[in-house]
Ligand binder design. Structure first.
Ligand code: AMP
Length: 249
């Protein structure tokens, strides 16, 4: 079984995000970038399927400028076998990413495609679902447990009301939630080995897809500063403030 994992380069989750002075976007200058945490979980799950002997090849794909090769190398160090870089300097929106992934799926014919449930930069949470709609493949989103057996994948999903298990015919799409697994750290020898693993570069034109954006960012604003809290002397004062100032009682 071949597993395709889509990985995105995003701002490292430890970085305090700044907005550009002209409010056109988030400022990425000199900012530490990393593999999207949900994509790390996706790579880990695929590598575990390989270690269990269920998958025989793990292919990672990323779309973006040349710099995304850094994250592809990280994924290779975590255990993926080979990488595909779809090179574009445009930052494609989710629909364009899904169309590009659809073209990669058509070429690679994986039995399982694993994506993160969302990329922590824009928190869109839509690429996996769009890929499902475009390819007609069944999808199991927000996975907290995945098991593959006899041509099907059983996905336990984290939904508002609790857990839901769906059984999908392969080939299928899975998007990862936080509790699916705890990704490993790449060891130094594996980081060295990853440098020699195959990384193919292609372009949207070669895949026959236009990446023109259909979504326009109008303005980016930092969230409002939280005002300082107030210390009250006793419950009576608290109730009084809730009643007369906050007017919530
Ligand atoms: P989103 O819908 O943007 O929140 O992203 C959900 C998932 O789609 C990510 O966790 C990735 O698995 C995949 N994805 C989004 N953008 C890209 C990209 N530029 N390259 C590769 N995979 C991506």
């Amino acid at each position: 079984m071949k597993v395709l994992v889509a990985v995105k380069r995003v701002i490292d989750y430890n970085v305090k995000v700044r907005v550009k002075a002209d409010q056109s976007d988030v400022d990425l200058a000199n900012v530490k970038m990393a593999l999207n945490p949900f994509c790390e979980i996706a790579v880990e799950e695929a590598v575990r399927l390989k270690e269990k002997g269920i998958a025989n090849e793990v292919v990672v794909v990323s779309i973006g400028p040349k710099a995304v090769q850094e994250q592809l190398r990280t994924a290779l160090a975590l255990g993926a076998d080979r990488a595909i870089h779809v090179e574009t300097d445009e930052m494609p929106d989710s629909l364009a990413v899904a169309k590009l992934l659809q073209a990669v799926v058509a070429k690679e014919e994986p039995q399982l495609v694993i994506l993160g449930k969302q990329a922590i930069d824009s928190d869109n949470n839509q690429t996996g679902q769009m890929l499902g709609a475009l390819t007609g493949m069944p999808q199991g989103t927000f996975a907290s447990k995945v098991s593959v057996e006899d041509g099907t994948v059983s996905v336990t999903r984290e939904v508002d009301g609790g857990l839901q298990t769906v059984q999908l015919q392969l080939p299928a799409i899975v998007t990862t939630d936080l509790r699916l697994n705890e990704p490993r750290y790449a060891s130094l020898p594996n980081i060295m080995k990853a440098k020699k693993k195959p990384l193919d570069v292609t372009t949207p034109a070669e895949l026959g897809v236009t990446v023109a954006r259909t979504v326009k960012v109008v303005k980016v604003e930092a969230p409002a500063e939280r005002s300082a809290g107030v210390k009250v002397a006793d419950v009576a004062e608290l109730v009084d403030k809730l009643k007369n100032e906050a007017k919530v009682l």
